[in-house]
Design a binder for this molecule. Structure first.
Ligand SMILES: Cc1ncc(COP(=O)(O)O)c(C=O)c1O
Length: 368
């Protein structure tokens, strides 16, 4: 395998733990152990204290799959495969695609959603939003050809915070199903909708042609657990994913599974806490953009914990972020790391320390 370096993750790895401020984290303020355990019922505490460090069930702890299914309401426990979120992308791209397949991927995207397929010899077409930032089904249809094996979507969207309606999601799925195309739906930010009525159903609950991905890293503020899941109702596809997983992690970390069960049992509380942080930070950015109208613009997210801040100063995002890092010790992720031509910075709205990083951006901008 000859994999293209994951430039976003390499950039984080280089600076993340050495800088005092972060402006662009995609997760929500990570919970501490004491906070999480304080949410646990006596039954969950028993699970935690009697935990034995056995190898775990390859498909995932049955109680964990039960809690995940309960979060969606209409998913079957048997259709869930617990894995690391990034591993889920790796499994889908390697188990379901072959050299010379064609896929359509939402653009910009979290890099592995497009690059793994490319590195495996597939051709990739990019589905971009229109000038208003809206993802139109018509433009998606126009990218499909007779070799198209898979369409990859991601709503709530990283990095823009864009959403689609349930009707549009259904239209995409019905179109793909009729054309015999799989839909891989990355739903890592599900639960963080500004309007709860916008929450989409799990794509895999709408069709056996869909595989959904989600996990504990973003909406549940537990990225360090490394727990996520794939959902798929087609037994043949499911088996292919499961077989490849025997060569990646085999099964998940036993403590992480139990801690995920505890979090999912308190899902409303955790999600409300995260949304409160995001809403407070959205107000701060609105105020910031209002104070610097010639230098920045933005569209607040419809959902998720990230959105883009457009840079209007004439600098490239790379130059801007490098100078900002050197002068103010703030790590900001520029749009170049998402291969976007327009200069912009991804804002990570789920973190408590975001206000300090934004204050540093304000000082930096005044000096420009
Ligand atoms: C859209 C999307 N999918 C998948 C992942 C992978 O999640 P994790 O880093 O928890 O493995 C991320 C992480 O940033 C993401 O933004």
């Amino acid at each position: 395998m000859n994999l293209t370096p994951f430039i976003l993750e390499r950039h984080f790895a280089r600076y993340e733990f050495d800088v005092p401020h972060q402006l662009s984290c995609s997760d929500c303020e990570p919970l501490r152990m004491a906070e999480l355990l304080a949410l646990a019922s006596p039954e969950s505490i028993r699970l935690w204290e009697t935990l034995q460090f056995l190898y775990t069930d390859t498909n995932g702890h049955p109680l964990l799959r039960k809690e995940i299914a309960a979060w969606y309401g209409n998913l079957k426990q048997e259709d869930l495969l617990v894995c690391v979120p990034e591993e889920g992308i790796f499994l889908v791209m390697n188990a379901l695609l072959e050299r010379d397949d064609h896929i359509v991927v939402i653009s910009p995207s979290y890099q592995s959603l497009s690059e793994l397929a490319k590195d495996n010899g597939c051709s990739v077409s990019r589905w971009e939003a229109d000038g208003e930032g809206v993802y139109q089904v018509e433009s998606l249809r126009s990218l499909v050809n007779s070799r198209t094996k898979m369409v990859v979507i991601n709503f709530p969207h990283n990095p823009s915070g864009a959403m689609i309606s349930r009707a549009i999601l259904e239209e995409i799925i019905w179109f793909c199903e009729r054309s015999g195309i799989l839909v891989f739906s990355d739903e890592m930010y599900r639960g963080l909708e500004q309007n709860p009525a916008d929450r989409l159903p799990c794509a895999s609950s709408l069709s056996d042609f869909c595989i959904s991905l989600s996990g504990m890293s973003k909406s549940f503020a537990l990225p360090g657990l490394r727990i996520g899941w794939l959902a798929c109702g087609d037994p043949v596809i499911f088996e292919k994913l499961l077989r490849l997983k025997d060569y990646t992690t085999i099964c998940s970390s036993a403590p992480s599974e139990v801690l995920s069960i505890i979090a999912l049992r308190s899902r409303e509380l955790i999600i409300d806490r995260n949304l409160a942080i995001i809403r407070k930070n959205i107000l701060l950015v609105n105020e910031f953009v209002h104070r610097h109208p010639k230098k920045f613009s933005w569209t607040p997210p419809d959902a998720g914990s990230v959105a883009m801040l457009n840079i209007l100063t004439g600098q490239s995002s790379e130059e801007f972020c490098q100078e900002f890092l050197e002068k103010k010790q703030v790590l900001a992720i520029g749009s170049h790391l998402f291969s976007m031509p327009e200069p912009a910075i991804r804002l990570g709205l789920g973190r408590i320390g975001f206000s300090e990083a934004l204050a540093e951006l304000s000082h930096f901008s005044s000096e420009l």
